[in-house]
Design a protein around this ligand. Structure first.
Ligand code: SAM
Length: 377
């Protein structure tokens, strides 16, 4: 179902509903296998001899150094024995291409063009599982206090070595959303890269701040935790912001949602954040089915949309104010090239800061450009 285009999460839910004999341990084991197989789809299909569920699982065993014949025995609940083709599949990976880098050809080319010598490491990281990261609401608690509270409920965490608001869940991450620290607003789920980007913004008490592409409000909440701000949220798909009031109440902050007409009335803002719709190429280890769906033409469409959003958002920034452009992509066209084009077209802005994070064990790939509008025009 997933290979035919069904989103992975939906397919897993459908499967679980139709197979009630599978308990929660089985369901989470199946989920892990499915996600691993999507992250490493190229390698597993190559080693398994076919791009289908069976081929991917045979490949997964070979990649882990196990002989698939020991499990594919044809016994009562075991899958049928290996065919001649499956037995003849290669046992080592090639040096290049989708079987090595676990991405479609055109995306391998885009990564190589954007990241140069860093592309192989980035593509490898995107083939691995990601840690679960938490953002501590430092308005309410210290990281250490949150650690203690989570530990009392069996959830173990480590301090993130580079990002001062972040914890890495090391045990029982699946229980976080029912833990007291979560329900009381001391902690939110958020990747360390997004946290690092928000920590880079020049936020100060008293600012009026607009999160122009707010979605579920992750960035708006992180900004609200940093200073005494008046925070506004907008999204072209307003239903995506439905959870914001509950999340804000939990965190003890106020976030006002604005429609398209209302944002212009409340303008100008001291800071406008554009967390733009993007390929998500820096986060594909968390959404690995997207990695295989994406093509260059979709990236081109997004680049056009991002340019339009940036231009519109710029009109809302006060003189001397900040326009922050962010994506969770590592592709140059969505990032550096997008900002360069904007600065050429809208010379009232100049760039004062950039953060370009490559996907690595500690965080997802992320890009942030901080632009300031001239005081006079
Ligand atoms: C990367 S997501 C935002 C994630 C969110 N900021 C967070 O931290 O959880 C991009 C969002 O941009 C919204 N969007 C797409 N086109 C837009 C537009 N023209 N104007 C405003 N928002 C737009 C999408 O609906 C989507 O929710």
């Amino acid at each position: 179902m997933i290979l035919a285009g069904e989103p992975a999460e939906r397919a897993l839910i459908t499967w679980a509903r139709g197979n009630r004999y599978a308990g929660s341990g089985d369901r989470s084991a199946v989920r892990d296998l499915v996600y691993d197989a999507l992250r490493k789809r190229g390698s597993y299909a190559y080693l398994g001899g076919a791009l289908n569920g069976r081929g991917l699982m045979i490949g997964a065993l070979r990649a882990a150094g196990q002989d698939p014949a020991t499990l594919f025995t044809g016994a009562t609940y075991a899958p049928p024995t290996l065919s001649a083709d499956e037995l003849a599949a290669p046992t080592t990976l090639p040096d290049s291409g989708p079987a090595r880098w676990n991405m479609p050809e055109d995306m391998i080319a885009a990564f190589t063009q954007s990241l140069g010598a860093d592309a192989p490491a980035a593509m490898d990281v995107l083939s691995q599982r990601a840690d679960v990261h938490l953002r501590v609401n430092t308005k309410r608690a210290t990281r250490e206090a949150v650690q203690t509270s989570l530990a009392a409920e069996g959830i173990e965490t480590a301090l993130h070595p580079q990002v001062e608001t972040a914890l890495i869940a090391t045990k029982n991450a699946r229980r976080i959303q029912t833990a007291q620290a979560y329900t009381q607003g001391l902690v939110e789920l958020q990747d360390a890269a997004s946290q690092a980007a928000i920590l880079r913004l020049p936020l100060q008490d008293g600012m009026r701040v607009l999160d122009y592409c707010a979605g579920g409000g992750g960035k708006a909440l992180a900004m609200a935790a940093r200073a005494k701000l008046q925070v506004f949220a907008h999204d072209a798909a307003p239903q995506r912001m439905n959870d914001i009031p509950a999340r804000a109440a939990r965190a003890g902050v106020k976030i006002e949602r604005l429609s398209g007409a209302e944002i212009a009335k409340a303008a100008p803002y001291d800071l406008v954040l554009v967390d733009a719709p993007c390929s998500g190429s820096g986060t594909w280890r968390r959404t690995p089915d997207a990695k295989w769906r994406f093509g260059i033409s979709q990236v081109e469409n997004l680049v056009t949309l991002q340019g339009q959003i940036l231009f519109k958002a710029a009109q809302l920034v006060a003189r001397g104010g900040i326009l922050a452009y962010a994506t969770c992509s590592v592709l140059r066209d969505e990032n550096e090239a997008q900002v360069a084009r904007f600065l050429e077209d809208v010379p009232q802005f100049r760039q004062i800061d950039t953060l370009g994070l490559r996907p690595q064990a500690e965080w997802d790939g992320f890009f942030l450009a901080v632009l300031v509008r001239s005081e006079t025009t």
